[in-house]
Ligand binder design. Structure first.
Ligand code: SF4
Length: 357
């Protein structure tokens, strides 16, 4: 848990303490925003909204415990009662393309499949966008990013089916990263302070900063049950780790395996920007804390592209002052498993302290 310690409730479960972050799914058809799918998003059914009483309780508790709220919406705007409640609290919203006009301050999720509509987005250098992109659209990646130039302050690219990437997909992605790099450098030289997660996040980090699902943030489903992140909810509703309680707050079972220090491979890695998606980990390796080869390879391609972009940018501010990224001779940290961990102090002489063993 970042910056906060969990209290233990009488039931033996952990209660989330202040200064955390909760994602609130307002209806089942909420837009999927990263490495997961939500079949309800595409369904024609009427939204089944979170009950106003439950939402009011969550907002009350969030204010009391200083929990930052992000609301996830689907294609339909909330009914007035819910909208009124949402408006009573500081929050962030993640919305699909369909609601981008209604909520100009929201993070808008774009799907590469709908790229034809990107031209309709107005120029806005304050906006945060998410671009979801599957392997079928991989070769269009740099073109799509260029088409969005001028329309965002931060663009987060999320590869949706990275677990199925083959070696030819890695080659395509590497090429696309190179083209994006070439397109972005003049933009930075002209003084536009935009961010593209896969190229700029690593430059700005000196330690791991991963997704943090289940550690920095939790997800509350429309029925009040809690999940590590929306992906776990949509994948299997039985994977709930607790529930929102009007009197106690978020009563959840903490999964130690979700924590970075329990991820032995990751503690040896300096692809600091990697999502370290625990949902993909679980899906591909059956362990929350063991990443698939694909995740590691993608993160290292991005790390290398960031390294080269820092060199390209040379004396351009503020990149001039950023620490250089060292060149690596491997693509998957598994290849250097004998190396000492970067993020954690272990007694190297005592094998019993090595979580790999
Ligand atoms: S674990 Fe994080 S990166 Fe992975 S699907 Fe969930 S929110 Fe997205």
């Amino acid at each position: 848990m970042t910056g906060a310690e969990a209290r233990v409730s009488r039931t033996g479960q952990d209660v989330v303490t202040p200064n955390e972050h909760a994602l609130v799914i307002l209806e089942d058809g909420a837009v999927p925003f990263c490495h997961y799918e939500n079949p309800h998003f595409h369904a024609a059914a009427e939204p089944r909204w979170m009950a106003p009483g439950l939402l009011a309780g969550i907002i009350r508790r969030a204010r009391k415990d200083k929990i930052a709220l992000t609301f996830l919406l689907g294609k339909t705007a909330p009914p007035p009662k819910l909208q009124h409640l949402i408006d009573t609290v500081d929050h962030a919203k993640i919305v699909p393309w369909e609601l981008h006009g209604r909520y100009p301050d929201a993070v808008v999720v774009l799907d590469a499949k709908d790229s034809i509509s990107f031209a309709e987005l107005t120029n806005n250098l304050d906006r945060n966008l998410i671009l979801r992109l599957g392997k079928r659209s991989l070769k269009k990646c740099s073109g799509l990013v260029e088409a969005l130039f001028g329309k965002f302050r931060r663009l987060s690219i999320h590869l949706v089916d990275v677990e199925d990437f083959t070696s030819s997909d890695f080659v395509s992605y590497e090429k696309e990263l190179r083209k994006m790099r070439a397109a972005l450098v003049p933009f930075y030289r002209d003084g536009y302070p935009v961010e593209v997660n896969v190229l700029t996040d690593r430059m700005m980090l000196s330690a791991m900063r991963n997704c943090g699902a289940g550690v920095d943030h939790l997800t509350i489903a429309p029925d009040g049950k809690c999940y590590l992140c929306p992906a776990f909810y949509y994948d299997d509703e039985r994977s709930s780790v607790g529930a929102f309680d009007d009197k106690k707050g978020l009563v959840v079972r903490r999964l130690a395996a979700a924590q970075f220090v329990r991820a032995p491979l990751c503690t040896r890695c300096d692809a600091f920007h990697c999502k370290r998606c625990i949902f993909l980990n679980k899906k591909t390796t059956l362990e929350l804390n063991v990443p698939s080869e694909q995740q590691c390879a993608v993160a290292h391609l991005e790390r290398e592209a960031s390294r080269q972009m820092l060199i390209d940018l040379g004396s351009t501010e503020p990149f001039r002052r950023m620490p250089r990224i060292t060149e690596l001779n491997y693509r998957d940290p598994l290849e250097c498993i004998d190396a000492p961990p970067l993020g954690v102090q272990l007694r190297a002489t005592d094998p019993s302290t090595d979580p790999m063993l």
